[in-house]
Design a protein around this ligand. Structure first.
Ligand code: FAD
Length: 466
């Protein structure tokens, strides 16, 4: 016997896109059901943003402590630290649990009905979850993405995706990371700092292929300092020996010169990208217009069916949690009758590498490619007092602004803790700030943010501290 239920909004997927849409819909009084097959919070809270940042913090703390066992210039002396990886993972799991529990509580508080189970789409207004059939006026698809698998080296055993890499039972002696995008590098650096030997294999000619050369240089230098082996313009061919159940004992790769080599490794992290989750739950039956692998949406996140909406990783780049959340909030408001469009001036992108990298809006190269006449200027952290006190003088802040009216169109930064500067960057762009607005704002001293002001001053030709 099939039970039936009716609702106004049905959300499939409880990640940052889906749960935010459901909370906002609940606040606006829209009867809402959210279906989640795994855990509330989605990739972001359970196996993405949050656990990775927890692991990175633990790795930083361990690495810092290890540096004190040597000759710390700060005068601190300790013995060599040890790490209980099971405890580290338990601590990380505790944070995840607090956050996902919070999402559940917020959904409840706002009157959203959460159905636990895997949704199957029957048509644009009907979804089945086990023996429950839910009819809705609006269907919101927020099913996210999954890691891309290499066909010749499928996940399993010691060939892992970011999901398993975030919950290690023990550390590998030698981790090979395939792919030097932000996920591969964030995790590779963390494992290195925790004491594993790490080798990164990347097909492109540099790490973080999506960032420009200047931004990448301090990261590449840091990888070298940390002792991470880097093979650029190289590709992985497969496992060197079969017998996955014994763990992999090595992988075969081809380097830039076309020579084949074998790397000894006891774990391989494949981080070659993520693909939208479009299969296995009846999405195909809707025959929606696609945009390559992604579901095509307009600037209100409507698909080619008027009452079917899609948000988040399912809909394209950048595949980032804050984009998914902003789209989810907007869709709920549109369904409630508000006039909204998704037209952000910029979406910040942050790599939590060491040093961190932030890209907001246009780089000088992108502005030039669009034919915009722009000026750009950088301010190095080597000239920033706060950076010195934090022992973090690598990197810089760069601003890009239009030459004619000084309106800021982009910010980039590389350095310790620059993720926190992304807020100032994106606010100034979204508010249409000119260089003079930032240059004329009194910034607290001593902070890394002074480098933001100084970059704007420098673009105007009168930086004070360089
Ligand atoms: P998801 O978070 O993927 O959620 C989709 C949900 O839908 C899942 O819970 C899934 O179980 C559920 N679902 C799917 N199909 C069904 C079905 N048929 N029935 C029921 N439920 C279903 N982004 C950042 O912005 N900052 C970061 O620092 C960052 N770090 C990351 C680190 C890692 C290691 C990874 C893997 C990702 C990271 N991301 C980061 C990306 C971020 O996690 C995603 O962009 C974000 O989670 C996308 O949200 P979403 O709502 O579109 O989908």
């Amino acid at each position: 016997t099939v039970k039936t239920e009716n609702t106004t909004l049905l959300v499939i997927g409880g990640g940052p896109g889906g749960y935010v849409a459901a909370i906002r819909a609940g606040q606006l009084g829209i009867p809402t059901v959210l279906v989640e097959g795994a855990d509330l919070g989605g990739t972001c809270l359970n196996i993405g943003c949050i656990p990775s940042k927890a692991l990175i913090h633990a790795a930083d703390a361990f690495h810092q402590a290890a540096s004190y066992a040597g000759a710390s210039p700060l005068g601190i002396r300790t013995g060599a630290p040890t790490i209980d990886v099971a405890q580290t993972v338990a601590w990380k799991d505790g944070i995840v649990k607090r956050l996902t529990g919070g999402v559940g509580a917020l959904l409840k508080k706002n009157g959203v009905k959460v159905v636990q189970g895997w949704a199957r789409i029957l048509d644009g207004k009907t979804v089945e979850v086990g023996d429950l059939r839910i009819r809705c006026e609006h269907l919101l698809l927020a099913t996210g993405s999954v890691p891309v698998e290499l066909p010749f080296m499928p996940f399993g055993g010691n060939v892992v995706s970011s999901t398993q890499a975030l919950a290690p039972e023990k550390l590998p002696a030698h981790l090979v990371v395939v792919g030097a995008g932000y996920i591969g590098l964030e995790l590779g650096i963390a494992y290195r700092k925790l004491g594993a030997r790490v080798t990164v294999v990347e097909a492109a000619g540099r790490v973080l292929p999506a960032c420009d050369d200047e931004l990448v240089k301090p990261v590449a230098a840091s990888l070298k300092r940390l002792g991470i082996d880097l093979h650029l313009e190289s590709s992985v061919l497969g496992l060197a020996k079969d017998g996955l159940s014994d763990g992999c004992r090595g992988i075969r790769m081809k380097n830039g010169g076309g020579e084949e080599a074998v790397l000894d490794a006891d774990r391989v992290l494949v981080a070659v990208g993520r693909r939208p989750r479009t299969e296995g739950y009846g999405l195909e039956s809707l025959l929606l217009d696609m945009n390559g692998r992604y579901v095509r949406i307009d600037n209100q996140c409507r698909t080619s069916m008027r009452n079917v909406w899609a948000i988040g990783d399912l809909t394209g780049e950048p595949m980032l949690a804050h984009r998914a959340m902003a789209q989810g909030e907007m869709v709920a408001e549109i369904i409630a009758g508000k006039r909204r469009h998704f037209t952000p001036s910029a979406i910040p992108a942050v790599c939590f590498t060491d040093p961190e990298v932030v890209v907001v809006g246009m780089t000088p190269q992108e502005a030039a490619a669009l034919g915009l006449d722009c000026i750009d200027a950088s301010f190095p952290f080597a000239a920033n007092g706060r950076a010195m006190t934090l022992e973090s003088t690598d990197g810089f802040v760069r601003v890009v602004a239009r030459k004619d009216n000084h309106v800021i169109v982009g910010w980039q930064a590389v350095g310790g803790a620059v993720s926190e500067l992304s807020t100032a960057f994106v606010q100034s762009i979204e508010m249409g700030a000119q260089l003079e607005d930032v240059a004329g704002t009194i910034h607290a001293h001593p902070t890394l943010g002074e480098a933001v002001q100084e970059a704007a001053l420098r673009a105007l030709g009168h930086a004070l501290h360089i």
